[in-house]
Design a protein around this ligand. Structure first.
Ligand SMILES: Cc1ncc(COP(=O)(O)O)c(C=O)c1O
Length: 392
């Protein structure tokens, strides 16, 4: 067969970097600070709620397409409780198979082939794939070290008559940048002026260490043009459950649901009941979670500095982006491939999150959503394993 099996839209997207680096962690027994999943499960009472739902036969058969009413109500309550945003659980909330499906469904539903999508790079790798599957064109705007602030003039200049939507992510993976209220206002004004849709990935909404999370959907003129996406995985440390959601106007939810129903139709029945309970946990859960990750951020950032990295302190998420230039190294991919052998640690090269690989060529991302002793062991491995490079 002469014709390539993989269609042209997906050409070059290959395996995700997480699969490659997690496989390397398994093969070498190295500590995996590459992929962002916690090594302790979320609250025991929430696991118990899932077990109870299975035992009681709740959600074991196809749940309703938009999600079970209890979870949709809990999502609407959460948006009201934390941000004062009001959404009707019947029609303005959609439960998805993680944020990943929400992003895919939003792109497939809202884009025509040839539309342009502006996104800040480095971007979470599913964005490029989903935009490509929709036949649209991504227009990257590069966030640059050391602070990774968006260039709002460049954003304005990047909008063309073909621009359909802005794809935002704040708190931002991998850089940890959190959009400020002023930046959000400027982006919102541009979206309104140029009549653009905004799809905003807010899965790290409860992991902001400096400043606060402000959903762009709350700004004037934005409710009717914003698809807000979040997920239980990061907030409740159940990344394997894949419970995500969309909040938007009924018209936008209806559009996204049209694509979503032919992707998974529904998912995670019993887990939906458990996450409905999780979203109603008291404020102390969310505060303790953030405090724990704040401490771990400090531990890993200090350790990485001692090991010799240039560290860009994140304002949010559970990732730290570093630069390997102080070691006299330039190629983060090669550096990460050697890291398990050299230090017993797996990390991810940020270059894979850029369209312009030069922009992030020497950046490496580490996650700190691991147990304290694991982070300490990783820091020790890095400090010892990189001693020679430090001396150069
Ligand atoms: C920015 C961002 N969006 C979405 C996701 C995926 O979320 P989910 O596991 O809910 O599909 C991740 C996971 O790492 C992420 O970092």
């Amino acid at each position: 067969m002469d014709r390539p099996l993989l269609n042209r839209r997906l050409d070059g997207l290959g395996n995700t970097i997480f699969a490659e680096m997690s496989a390397l962690a398994t093969a070498t027994g190295a500590i995996n600070l590459g992929q962002g999943f916690p090594d302790t499960d979320g609250p025991a009472e929430i696991s118990e709620a899932a077990v109870r739902a299975i035992r009681e036969g709740r959600g074991n058969q196809y749940p309703p397409g938009p999600g079970i009413p209890e979870l949709r109500a809990a999502i609407a309550e959460h948006q009201q409780r934390f941000y004062g945003l009001s959404y009707d659980p019947d029609g303005e909330v959609l439960v998805t198979a993680g944020a990943t499906e929400a992003i895919a469904a939003a792109m497939l539903a809202l884009l025509e082939p040839g539309d342009e999508v502006i996104a800040f790079e480095p971007f979470y790798d599913s964005y490029a794939a989903c935009i490509a599957m929709a036949g649209a064109t991504r227009v990257p705007l590069t966030l640059r070290a050391p602070d990774f602030r968006p260039d709002l003039d460049a954003l304005r200049a990047a909008v063309t008559p073909r621009t359909r939507l802005l794809l935002l992510n704040s708190p931002h993976n991998p850089t940890g940048m959190v959009l400020t209220p002023d930046e959000l206002v400027a982006i919102a004004e541009l979206a309104c002026e140029r009549d653009l849709l905004v799809v905003t990935d807010e899965v790290y909404e409860h992991l902001v260490f400096e400043g606060a999370h402000h959903p762009i959907a709350g700004l004037p003129g934005m409710r009717e043009r914003t698809v807000s996406i979040s997920s239980a995985g990061k907030t409740f440390s159940f990344t394997g459950w894949k419970v995500g959601w969309v909040t938007a106007t009924a018209a936008l939810v209806a559009a996204v649901r049209t694509a979503k129903q032919y992707l998974t139709y529904v998912s995670a029945g019993p887990f939906q009941y458990a996450i409905a309970e999780a979203l109603r946990l008291p404020d102390s859960y969310f505060a303790d979670f953030r405090a724990d990750l704040t401490r771990k951020r400090g531990l890993l950032a200090d350790g990485l500095r001692i090991a010799g990295f240039q560290v860009y302190d994140p304002q949010g998420t559970y990732f730290i982006t570093t630069d390997i230039a102080p070691f006299g190294e330039k190629d983060a991919y090669a550096f990460c491939r050697a890291l398990p052998e050299r230090c017993g640690v797996v990390a991810v090269p940020n270059s894979v999150f850029y369209d312009d690989p030069d922009a992030g060529r020497s950046q490496v991302r580490f996650t700190f959503c691991k147990r304290t002793e694991v982070l300490e062991a990783a820091v020790k491995g890095l400090t010892e394993g990189l001693a020679d490079l430090r001396k150069r």
